[in-house]
Design a protein around this ligand. Structure first.
Ligand SMILES: [Zn+2]
Length: 270
């Protein structure tokens, strides 16, 4: 009987805690984490977006829930499209996506982490429209540097240079853009270069965390200076056709430890 009483007291205390910490019209319940449970599994069980559970609980690590840890489960609707949260992002699976490609796009080194966090038993069976939780602090991954309709005029890879005719690596991706189109920082970082640079014309380089950097070439205007801290999405300049260029476009590079990578692996070009 004593044990039951203790349980009763704890339950009442928890209910008080829930009602006290609960805001406005939300209705929720408590879930005690059992061995082998994942956050995504719990979210699925209650049909609640994982993001909502994370928002309503101070979870130390979403990879490893503590057995016995009590989670406040808010009762709510499913997540709409991909949206940002304080501890990560929701991503909606598109055609031809794989966990590997999604991980690459969000700079997550090990795609198995996504599998584990989302409780996916068979990684080959992810479906378009399915939402996947991407852990991070909101500013993860690279955002598109231009926000006008995308038109890729030259992809990353070996090509004959349109001006010199020489066969060499095109180290970035070219987006057609009318002169004066705003150029946004693809990721938060520090400006390491903001001036004219040979074939690049007026160019900006930004150093990001984790040894990644981005380069923006052929600009008509530069709005930042070396040493500036820029936030993801911040306008850093305007497109143009400066340097070796056959027409107004943005040349955009993503580099890892100085070596160029295919930006298409990091950007959502569809
Ligand atoms: Zn280019």
């Amino acid at each position: 009987m004593k044990r039951i009483n203790t349980h009763l007291v704890i339950t009442i205390l928890l209910m008080l805690f829930v009602s006290a910490s609960w805001t406005s019209s939300c209705i929720g319940m408590l879930h005690k984490v059992k061995k082998g449970e994942t956050l995504s599994g719990i979210a699925k069980k209650y049909d609640v977006p994982m993001k909502r559970i994370i928002q309503n609980n101070s979870i130390a690590s979403i990879d490893h829930l503590q057995i016995g840890e009590k989670l406040l489960i808010p009762l709510s609707t499913k997540p709409t499209n991909a949206s940002e949260g304080p501890n990560g992002t929701w991503y909606e699976v598109k055609d031809r996506d794989t966990l590997y490609s999604i991980a690459r796009k969000h700079n997550i080194e090990d795609w198995k982490k996504l599998q584990q966090i989302n409780g996916i038993s068979n990684p080959k069976r992810i479906k378009p429209g399915q939402t996947i939780f991407i852990p991070g602090d909101g500013d993860i991954g690279f955002a598109l540097p231009i926000r006008t309709k995308l038109y890729v005029t030259s992809r990353y890879g070996y090509r004959n240079h349109p001006i010199t005719g020489r066969y060499r690596l095109h180290e970035g991706i070219d987006f057609r853009a009318a002169t004066g189109t705003q150029v946004h920082a693809s990721k938060t970082g520090t400006v390491t270069f903001a001036a004219k640079k040979g074939g690049y014309g007026k160019a900006v380089s930004i150093q990001h965390e984790d040894d990644f950097s981005t380069v923006y070439g052929h600009l008509s205007r530069i709005y930042v200076s070396k040493g500036d801290f820029v936030k993801q999405g911040q306008v850093i300049g305007l497109t143009g056709s400066s340097g070796h260029s056959t027409g107004p476009h943005l040349h955009f590079e993503i580099r890892y430890k100085g070596k160029s990578e295919n930006p298409a692996r990091h950007l959502d070009l569809r």
